[in-house]
Design a protein around this ligand. Structure first.
Ligand code: SAH
Ligand code: SF4
Length: 419
């Protein structure tokens, strides 16, 4: 077997739009059914056949997970060639895969540059396996504009919004890597590895509303990736004017990054609070379309030592959410280099959880996952400086199974994920 190239070399490889490997084809994944039908019309497919052809393309792309038009055996050779000339089924390039000792996996994906002048950006995506579920944490932006002071992503300026295609592609890459394609016989029904998707990776999804909405519609499509909207959770830092639209137009589960019960504290943690203070945020939550006891809002609350972790804060939190079908997710702060906070002590977190729980709200403490590979909540960052500085010179170990008992996270340098 060939030795894997060093990760720094992979990170330095030219992207597809570098002018060295030009690719003007449009990614097929991420197009809506209507767009696919229009594309087929453009290729001369008669109207009566377009619906069937669209359904076939949809099935090959999202149920079989094929990566070449050649594999689409029920589509004629000529049409396959015409499709292959205009569209691509290539995945974003996987620059590196890291596997935590707890089985969490993180992929660093190279996206296409928008022009020859732009350096190809990279984005991270994380899979968290648990006994009864497998959660894929997906990014919606490269970087973030909001600069929450406890969040590593917030230290990376916004590079750009992801397209719907790039959001959907994270799921395709993960299904490839996890051998999780149902119709290829890889994953039997009921044994799927990705059971939930959370938009909790890099970026603020409600600042990229249209692309996120389109991507969620594709991920939830019952004849394709087929993940119910109840199993898709969008997390927002509190973009109040978009919350109602999120419920009405997307209809997925909502998580709100609350993190503080008083404006003077939240202003410091989530600077967006100065624009949309807590009272307005809670009002928008109260009005979230489709809210019921079966469809609760998750309030996320990061536990920061000496900042927001007092018993009085827990009692205020209970008062704030009164009347809203809610659960409170307590997140132990995940550290990152240079972070100005520490995680609350464990007994403090338990005491906090106990107060919230006694008031009648589920208050699970989120087990930190993938901290050793910087894959836990709020640790993602994909600035190219970090790829270089962090990984240069590290020799990727031989591929190993998740949870394989090594003492540290594992890094693998990978070749192109595209076909
Ligand atoms: N931008 C969105 C979604 C991405 S962040 C949002 O802010 O909600 C996903 C979750 O991780 C949010 O609840 C965020 O507040 C939390 N988070 C960010 N940095 C963290 C850190 N260092 N430790 C623990 N949680 C963090
Ligand atoms: Fe952006 Fe969310 Fe991080 Fe805040 S917590 S900086 S909104 S990714």
């Amino acid at each position: 077997m060939a030795t894997a190239p060093a990760i720094a070399d992979l990170a330095d490889r030219p992207p597809r739009h570098s002018g060295i490997l030009p690719d003007e084809r449009t990614p097929l994944a991420g197009l809506s059914r209507a767009e696919l039908a229009a594309a087929l019309a453009g290729l001369g497919v008669p109207e009566r056949a377009r619906r069937m052809r669209t359904a076939q393309l949809w099935h090959w792309t999202y149920v079989r997970g094929v990566r070449s038009f050649e594999a689409m055996t029920n589509i004629g050779k000529e049409l396959r060639a015409a499709l292959a000339a205009r569209f691509t089924l290539d995945r974003p390039q996987v620059i590196a895969e890291e596997i935590s000792t707890d089985g969490t996996r993180k992929w660093l994906l190279r996206l296409d540059a928008r022009s020859d002048a732009e350096r190809a950006p990279a984005v991270e995506c994380v899979f968290i396996p648990e006994e009864d579920r497998g959660t894929l944490c997906v990014s919606s932006q490269v970087g973030c504009t909001l600069s929450c002071t406890f969040c590593h992503t917030g230290t990376q300026p916004l590079v750009r919004n992801l397209t719907a295609s790039e959001i959907v592609a994270q799921m395709l890459v993960a299904r490839d890597a996890l051998a999780d394609w149902p119709a290829s016989g890889e994953a039997a029904p009921g044994q799927r590895r990705i059971t939930n998707v959370v938009l909790m990776g890099m970026g603020e999804p409600l600042y990229n509303f249209d692309n996120v909405a389109r991507a969620i519609d594709i991920i939830a499509d019952g004849e394709g990736l087929s993940l119910s909207k109840r199993r898709i959770t969008l997390s927002t830092s509190g973009v109040v004017p978009m919350i109602e639209r999120c419920g009405r137009e997307i209809g997925c589960a909502l998580a709100v990054s609350l993190h503080a019960t008083r404006d003077e504290i939240r202003d410091r943690l989530v600077p967006l609070n100065r624009k949309y203070p807590i009272a307005e945020l809670m009002d928008a939550c109260r009005r979230y379309p489709g809210l019921s006891n079966a469809r609760r809002i998750t309030f996320e609350y990061v536990m920061l030592k000496g900042v927001n972790d007092e018993p009085a804060h827990a009692r205020e939190l209970v008062r704030l959410v009164a009347g809203i079908p809610a659960k409170i997710n307590l997140i132990p702060f995940n550290p990152w280099p240079g972070a100005p906070y520490e995680c609350s002590d464990w007994d403090r977190i338990e005491q906090f959880a106990e107060i919230v729980n006694r008031a009648g709200y589920a208050s699970p403490v989120r087990t930190p996952r993938g901290r050793d590979i910087m894959a836990a909540c709020g640790q993602l960052k994909s600035a190219s400086e970090r790829i270089r500085a962090g990984l240069r010179g590290r020799v990727p170990p031989a591929p190993a199974q998740a949870g394989g008992g090594s003492s540290g996270g594992q890094i693998r340098g990978l070749g192109s994920g595209g076909s």
